[in-house]
Design a protein around this ligand. Sequence first.
Ligand code: KIV
Length: 266
Amino acid sequence: MKKITILDIQKKKDEGKKISMLTAYDCNTARMLDECKVDMLLVGDSVGNVMLGLDTTLPVTMDEMMHHTKAVVRGRKHSLVVADMPFLSYQVSVEDAKRNAGLLVKEGGAEAVKLEGGENVEDCIKAICDMDVPVMGHIGLTPQSIHRMGGYKVQGKEERQREKLIADALAVERAGAFSVVLEAVPSKLAGEITEKLRIPTIGIGAGLDCDGQVLVINDVLGLSGKFRPKFVKQYAQLEETVKDAVSTFIDEVQTKKFPSEEFSFK
Ligand code: KIV
C-alpha cells in the first residue's frame, strides 16, 4: 500500500480532491483506519478528553503524546501520522518548540506535528519547518486557548475576529506549514480562507468548502457518551453495541453459559 506523504496532501488540493483525517490514540484503531485508507491520522491532544477523562486538553503532557504517538505509528502502514504538540511544549520558547517537535518525530515516529495559533506562533512554525519537520497549523477554536476564548465557541463571527482569522491563516502559510486545521469557523469564512491559501485547509465544524475534513474517531463511532457538538456526525452507534455485548457476557458468566465446551480445552 502506498505511503501518504505531505506531497500527496498538497497534490489533493491542487487536483481538487478532498482530504480525510481522523484522530487515533492507539495501535489497533490506527490499524483499522489505516486499512480504510484515511489520508491522515491525527494523534490529537484531544486524547486528554477522549481517553484520559480530562475536562480540557491543557494538562496533556509530552510523555502522554509520545506514548500515544508511538502506539498509532505501530498500527499504520499508509496514512500520514500527525502528532499534536501539547500545551507548554511550544509556547515558552522556540528552542522548546524545536526540541519537542523533533522528539515527536525522532522518538514518537510521527511524520508531522500540529500546533495551535496563527500570527503568535509564526516564528515557532518557521523554526520547526526549518528543521524539516512538517507542521500543520490549527486556527479558529483552539482548545488550548479555552480560558481566553471563555468556552468552546464558534470563532470568526464578528468582523474583527474574521480579519484576525484571515491574518492567522496567512501567517501559518507564510511560516511554511503544509496544511491548517480550521475549527468551529463559519462555513463562508472557511471557504474564503480556503480560496486564499495555497496549502490545504482541514475543517472541523467549518463547512463543506474546506479542502478536507477531520473528526474525533470516538465521535464518529458513537463512543463519546452524551457529548455531541453540532458539527459531529455519528456514522455508527457503537456505545449501544458495546453495552449489549458486555451485558450478554455478564449474563452468560452468571448463568454458566460461558465458557461452553467450544471455548474450553480438553
Ligand atoms: O486534538 C484534536 O483532536 C484536534 C482535532 C479536533 C482537530 O486538534
